[in-house]
Write a protein that binds this ligand. Sequence first.
Ligand code: URA
Length: 200
Amino acid sequence: MPSVSHLYQEMQAFFAPLWPGEDKPLVFGEGNAANPPLMLIGEAPGETEVIKRRPFVGKAGKNLDEFLTLMDMKREEIYISNVVKIRPTEVGPTGRTRNRAPSKEELALFTPFLLREIALVKPKVLVTLGNVPLKALINKKITIGDCHGTLMETPSGVPLFALYHPASIIYRRALLPVYEGDVLTLKELMQKGKLTFEPR
Ligand code: URA
């Protein structure tokens, strides 16, 4: 039986030779990989995630805790992953390494593995944070501003609920009540067992 750990071994073998000499560790998904109520998908790991080799720890972990509190759920109940499993970095003007958005090439390399990960985990709903996972799973043209807080159909057959990325709320405080309202909409849909697609 294929499992996510087999998939991760395959990814390790596939990606290791791609960037010889560069330190680009993969940060895999974690949590309940057996038909969880929800699979949360972020963009890519950051610095703390790479150090700990775990998704959504550090600052992003705090955002995740707030999400879980609103949802009345525990971290172990859900599955947590990212589209891109390496930390995309660049050197900033001060010479310090900083995060950057994943490149087209990185997205093209990692998205097929994400689709396989979803097929193995079989969550009841996919919850994407921000534009990157949304565009990877639905299509390139859709944007979070158009569809946050609604359930959408995906080619994988698993419904997708789009949320703003909590990190974007730090820069746009007006989004906080929108984000929280969307999380409560998701909670209600899940509690009522209404994870069916809405016509768009
Ligand atoms: N950490 C993650 O693992 N994913 C994100 O999208 C942001 C921070």
